[in-house]
Design a protein around this ligand. Structure first.
Ligand code: FES
Length: 281
């Protein structure tokens, strides 16, 4: 059993949990994910690792309630347990394997959208731990849905916050901030890492492609086994079929077929919606 050490609501429908998982905490790297299961018959839910404490032996997960399983998860409290937490799964972000001195010569821009702030956080933290200052854009629909602001401010070189409705800091989409930084403020970036809703990643990639900035995205499609066997997490990247769980979750954003990935996501969303209704009957 994997005990919940802390459970907290970060914003409407967005929850953070520290979970006791010493083996995963010891081995995990930014970019990797876990699959959690509430009970033996429960759905397997893939979640990116938002933080880890190797000494305490815990990992932090952040999730948004989007269906029956995540709604059930949201009511778990400190002291409750998950039946299973499998991981770390997937591949670590590519930069963790790079030579630090080479990495220091590159300027990174991280773009986080909504709950995507959670997977961006460990990457930015890793950069800071290795003496690399990065720029970070965090976008949220509205001020109340902005998460991890203080934590991100501690790790980012420069943090730019934008809200769709202008209720906090800048007003507008993350894509407008990317353009502003590059075109108006003369910033130059060698790599962009964009993580958030599929639609945000799609448009961020269109902008960075135009600006000539190589871009990495992290895909979080529906997953079942997390081991490359079931095919649920299939995506098309550069015209080739890839499985997000074993080939990703990070891919070259300029090569991802976002329209297809969004179509598949919608298909599963309605499945999830149906399962909520079924349980409420
Ligand atoms: Fe089954 Fe990726 S989750 S192949």
């Amino acid at each position: 059993m994997y005990r919940i050490l802390k459970a907290e609501m970060l914003a409407d429908k967005i929850y953070l949990m520290d979970v006791e998982a010493p083996r995963i905490a010891k081995a995990c790297q930014p970019g990797e994910f876990v699959i959690v299961k509430m009970d033996d018959r429960g759905e397997r839910i893939p979640l990116t690792i938002c933080n880890y404490d190797r000494e305490k032996g815990s990992i932090t997960i952040v999730f948004q309630t989007v269906g029956a399983s995540t709604e059930k998860m949201a009511v778990l409290k400190t002291g409750d347990s998950f039946a299973d937490v499998v991981g770390p799964l997937g591949n670590a972000s590519e930069f963790v394997h790079e030579d630090i001195e080479e990495l220091k010569k590159k300027k990174y821009l991280f773009v986080a959208g909504g709950v995507g702030t959670a997977p961006v956080y460990p990457q930015v933290k890793w950069m800071k731990e290795h003496g690399i200052d990065v720029d970070v854009i965090v976008g949220a629909k509205t001020k109340d849905l902005l998460i991890l602001e203080d934590a991100m401010r501690e790790q980012a070189g420069n943090l730019y916050i934008t809200t769709d409705d202008g209720s906090y800091e800048r007003k507008g989409l993350v894509t407008e901030v990317i353009k502003d930084l590059v075109l108006n403020q003369g910033k130059k970036y060698d790599v962009c890492v964009a993580i958030g809703p599929m639609i945000m990643m799609k448009f961020a990639c269109l902008v960075t492609k135009e600006l000539g900035i190589p871009t990495v995205v992290s895909l979080n499609p529906v997953m079942v086994d997390g081991t490359g066997m079931c095919g649920a997490c299939r995506v098309t990247v550069g015209g080739e079929v890839k499985f997000a769980c074993v080939d990703g979750p990070e891919f070259d954003g300029h090569l991802v077929n976002f329209d297809e990935a969004m179509k598949r996501q919608m298909m599963y969303k309605s499945e999830e919606g149906r399962s909520v209704l079924k349980e409420r009957e």
